[in-house]
Design a protein around this ligand. Structure first.
Ligand SMILES: [Zn+2]
Ligand SMILES: [Zn+2]
Length: 510
């Protein structure tokens, strides 16, 4: 098999893992990261889920692989997120400071940054994702960036030109410098400018107006070895990758545009460090009915909603199954919920070691990357049984999966409340109406015998319709009408067996 036809059978995480092993040297490091400037967003989940899938696939090829997740918490605090609007008075003076140096107004964490980082790490734990967390403020404080800061500053014209060319900028500010000092007087990082640099020492002023805040006017001196600075984002990123020997890192589509951040990052590796950059994988956007998820515009589900309303393995599966580059529609409603769960149940039933179709193999691998399914019977059977008995314990007993049914019951209650369970699974037995073809119904009922299989019952509907000279569709509608007062319902043969033949006969004759 040549490489390309082999790849057609592989899950995207396996393809990236294989590319890493083929073109990079061990130890292999997968990196991803976020700036914790606000509440967890579904996009953040993609940041760690995708990297974790690659890490897991890579670990199958090389046990020493690592996954490092960077918390960019030395970035400037530039916006008060919605849940903290009530603390606006308290937080406003801190705008422009590093997130890690901004207080947590709720007082439950060391800093603003840690407050939201903990949301992300809590979510990771729920998704069984356990990367090594690298805090940017600590890495800077430990001097890990110093050699890069020195090298960039010593060869400033060179790095400036690389940034300009790779970001397609016509001009660069005269005072452009790779270092952003933290002002000694006001603590802000967003407002400082380097005035002069020599031999690892610099002079700066805190005088910039960045709209959301202004500098304090202080003029001071600093040394790289004091670690009171951060590198500009476009040069920080390649430095961190070089420092951590990153083999692969992802970015959403917007980082991958011509002149986008990753153009600079790759150019710094090639032209400044003189080596190949890591493998950059691209991931599509999360979309809700064709529109990009956006918290500010209120488009899409929130993380909390998703985590409370969808079993986590299903959620993981929904993110990991489509090709990574595709935009992913993540919409939960009455049209999408059951097909998603049925597909997940199908994926769970596959044996990845056996001969599978290309699509099924990808589904099976996607499933293997999730936490496991916690129920053993198809959800539709659970729904039908619940509609009939309205008693979760009884449903668990009847389906011989008390734990699984208990696990699902909490979700099903919410889905019914949201209206996401199709009408045909939400009904009450005995709330029927009179049939349009009473004779055919009676004939059918008289021919029903205990011990019939679901297929036999199904066939009997067709036979009865034929001998009564009415279209089968009409007889099916009539049966549902008598039993549950609707024109459609669960697949009839199985439905009859679940109700039980004697009870069904009773319902049909009442
Ligand atoms: Zn907190
Ligand atoms: Zn200042």
């Amino acid at each position: 098999m040549d490489d390309s036809s082999e790849k057609k059978n592989m899950h995207w995480s396996e393809i990236i893992a294989k590319d890493v092993v083929n073109s990079k040297k061990p130890p292999y490091v997968v990196m991803s990261g976020i700036t914790t400037s606000g509440p967890l967003h579904p996009g953040t989940l993609c940041e760690f889920m995708f990297a974790d899938a690659i890490y897991k696939s890579l670990k199958k090829l090389d046990k020493g692989a690592k996954f490092v997740f960077v918390a960019d918490i030395l970035d400037a605090f530039d916006n008060i997120p919605a849940p903290f609007k009530q603390y606006e008075g308290e937080l406003t003076p801190h705008l422009g400071k590093p997130l890690a140096h901004t207080p947590d107004p709720m007082g439950c964490h060391h800093s603003f940054a840690e407050h939201f980082l903990s949301e992300a790490t809590d979510a990771m734990a729920k998704f069984d994702v356990h990367p090594e967390i690298m805090r940017a403020d600590q890495a800077y404080a430990e001097g890990k960036y110093d050699k890069y800061a020195l090298e960039y500053s010593e060869r400033k014209d060179e790095i400036k030109k690389i940034v300009q060319e790779s970001s397609l900028r016509e001009t660069m500010p005269d005072d452009w410098h790779p270092i952003m000092p933290i002002c000694e007087q006001c603590g802000k990082i967003a407002t400082t400018t380097i005035l002069s640099y020599s031999n690892g020492e610099y002079e700066y002023s805190c005088d910039r107006d960045v709209k959301y805040t202004k500098g304090c006017g202080f003029k001071g001196k600093g040394k790289i070895s004091d670690h009171k600075y951060k590198l500009l984002f476009r040069v920080d990123w390649p430095a961190r990758q070089d420092m951590m020997h990153v083999s692969t890192e992802g970015g959403s589509v917007d980082h991958h545009t011509r002149g986008g951040t990753l153009s600079t990052v790759a150019a710094v590796h090639r032209k400044f460090f003189k080596h190949d950059p890591p493998i950059y994988y691209k991931f599509g956007f999360l979309k809700y009915k064709g529109k990009k998820y956006s918290k500010s515009k209120g488009i899409g589900h929130s993380v909390n909603e998703l985590m409370q309303i969808l079993p986590i393995p299903v959620f993981e599966y929904a993110l990991l199954r489509p090709d990574i580059q595709e935009d992913k529609e993540l919409v939960l409603d009455e049209k999408t919920l059951l097909p998603l769960i049925s597909d997940f149940e199908h994926a769970a039933s596959l044996d990845s070691d056996s001969e599978l179709s290309r699509a099924d193999r990808k589904k099976s691998i996607s499933y293997s990357l999730t936490e496991k399914k916690e129920w053993n019977v198809p959800l539709v059977d659970v729904l039908v049984n619940y509609a009939i008995h309205k008693d979760w314990d009884k449903v668990g007993e009847l389906l011989e999966d008390p734990e699984g049914v208990k696990y699902l019951s909490g979700y099903v209650d919410k889905w019914i409340e949201q209206g996401w369970i199709p009408d045909k699974y939400v009904f009450e037995l005995g709330k029927g109406e009179s049939p349009s073809h009473p004779e055919a119904i009676k004939k059918f009922s008289d021919s029903l015998k205990e011990g019939m299989t679901d297929n036999e019952v199904h066939t009997l509907v067709f036979e009865t319709a034929k001998s009564s000279d009415i279209p089968p569709k009409e007889l099916f509608q009539d049966l549902y009408k008598v039993i549950i007062g609707k024109t459609m319902g669960p697949r009839f043969g199985k439905f009859a067996i679940i109700i039980g033949i004697p009870r069904l006969k009773e319902l049909l004759s009442s």
